[in-house]
Design a protein around this ligand. Structure first.
Ligand code: SAM
Length: 327
C-alpha cells in the first residue's frame, strides 16, 4: 500500500514544489525587487541532491512534483533532470511552471523527458504591456512557446494570469475569449502581498473577475479534471479551453493545502506565506541518509500552520520574494 503523509491537522500532504534556481530572465514588477542578491552557485542544490531528497520524500507519500524557479528553463541540464524525476517510482504527477521565454526551444525535449503538462505565466496579451510588466520585450517568444507546448503534446497547457487592476483588468474578457478558440486553461490568480513590490491598489478578487466574465459569457463549473489544485474551474459553453479562478487571499484554501516547497538554496517551506523554513541542504551535505531526510520532512510537516494570515492585503510579510520561493 502507498504511504500517506499527513500533517498535524489531518491534511494529506502529497505535493512538493521545487524551485531549481532563483535566476530569472524577466523582472516582473510584482515579483522581483531592485536589490535582489542572487544565491551563490555553490549554495544552490545540485540536481543529484534534489533527486535524493525527492526519492526519500516519495517513499513517505509525496506523489506530485512541480519544478519551478526563478525561471527553471534557464538552468542547464533541465531536460535530463526531468527525465531523472520521471523515472522515480511513485511520482504520479510531474509538472513545470515557466515564464515561457525559452519554451519554444525546450518544449519538445521536456515532453520527451517525461513531462506531461505545463503552466506558463502570461499576464497580458498585449506586447507593449508585457514589456511594461516584465521589463523585457519577449511577448512573441512566450506566445510561440505556448503554441509549441501544445504542438508537442504537453497537456493541458495552463496559462497563469496574475490579475492586477491597473494592468490587465481590461483584458479579462480577452483571456476568457481565448478559451473559446484555444484548448488552454486560463487561470486567474489573485495578486499576493509577498514583498515590498506589493501595491494593494492593484488587488483584484476572483469574484470581481468572475463577475466580469459573466457579464459577457455564462460560466459552467467543471470539477475534478487536470489536477486543478486550488483552482475553481469553469468552461464557457462551446469553448475549447477552461477558466480557473485561484483565490489565495479572498477565499484562502489552506484547509485543503497539500503542499510543501523546496527552495533552490535547500530550505523546506511548510507554507508559502510564512517565514518558517527548515534547512535540508546542510544535513544533506553533511552526509544525512534517507532516514534523516525523512525525519526532516516530518519536522517540516509539524511546522505547517493551520492557515496563512495574509487576509490583510495591507502589508507584505514574507522575507523571500516569489522568484526565490517559486510561487
Ligand atoms: N519563472 C516561472 C514563471 O514565471 O512562471 C516560475 C516562477 S514564478 C515566481 C511563479 C509564479 O508566481 C508566476 O506565475 C508568477 O506570476 C507568480 N507570482 C509572482 N509574484 C506574485 C505575486 N505577488 N502574486 C501572485 N503571483 C505571483
Amino acid at each position: 500500500m502507498k504511504p500517506v503523509l499527513k500533517d498535524r491537522f489531518g491534511r494529506v500532504i502529497d505535493y512538493l514544489r521545487i524551485s531549481i534556481t532563483d535566476h530569472c530572465n524577466l523582472r516582473c514588477l510584482y515579483c522581483v525587487t531592485d536589490d535582489i542578491a542572487w544565491v551563490p552557485h555553490e549554495e544552490i542544490l545540485r540536481f543529484e541532491e534534489i533527486a535524493t531528497i525527492v526519492s526519500a520524500f516519495v517513499e513517505e507519500g509525496i506523489r506530485k512534483i512541480r519544478v519551478t524557479g526563478g525561471e527553471p528553463l534557464m538552468r542547464k541540464g533541465l531536460p535530463d533532470f526531468i527525465a531523472g524525476l520521471s523515472r522515480i517510482d511513485g511520482i504520479d504527477d510531474l509538472s513545470l511552471t515557466t515564464n515561457g521565454v525559452l519554451l519554444k526551444r525546450f518544449a519538445g525535449e521536456l515532453k520527451e523527458a517525461g513531462l506531461k503538462r505545463i503552466n506558463v505565466s502570461l499576464d497580458t496579451l498585449k506586447p507593449d504591456l508585457y514589456k511594461a510588466i516584465t521589463g523585457r520585450d519577449f511577448f512573441r517568444q512566450v506566445w510561440e512557446g505556448i503554441e509549441m507546448a501544445r504542438t508537442v503534446g504537453l497537456s493541458p497547457v495552463k496559462i497563469n494570469v496574475v490579475a492586477m487592476k491597473e494592468y490587465n483588468e481590461s483584458e479579462i474578457l480577452d483571456f476568457a475569449r481565448l478559451t473559446l478558440r484555444k484548448p488552454y486553461v486560463v487561470r486567474f490568480i489573485e495578486y499576493m502581498p509577498l514583498n515590498e513590490t506589493w501595491d494593494s491598489h492593484n488587488f483584484l478578487s476572483v469574484d470581481d473577475i468572475k463577475a466580469k466574465i459573466e457579464s459577457e459569457f455564462p460560466l459552467v463549473p467543471i470539477d475534478g479534471t487536470h489536477n486543478n489544485g486550488p483552482a475553481r474551474v469553469f468552461k464557457i459553453p462551446g469553448g475549447k479551453g477552461e477558466i480557473g479562478l485561484i483565490s489565495p487571499l479572498s477565499n484562502h484554501f489552506c484547509g485543503a493545502c497539500n503542499r510543501l516547497r523546496l527552495t533552490s538554496d535547500g530550505h523546506l517551506r511548510p507554507c508559502l506565506f510564512s517565514n518558517t523554513e527548515v534547512d535540508i541542504k546542510t544535513p544533506l551535505r553533511a552526509g544525512a541518509d534517507t532516514t534523516v531526510l525523512k525525519k526532516i520532512l516530518h519536522e517540516t510537516l509539524s511546522l505547517k500552520p493551520k492557515r496563512h494570515h495574509m487576509q490583510s492585503v495591507s502589508a507584505p510579510k514574507c522575507h523571500r520574494g516569489m522568484w526565490s520561493i517559486g510561487g
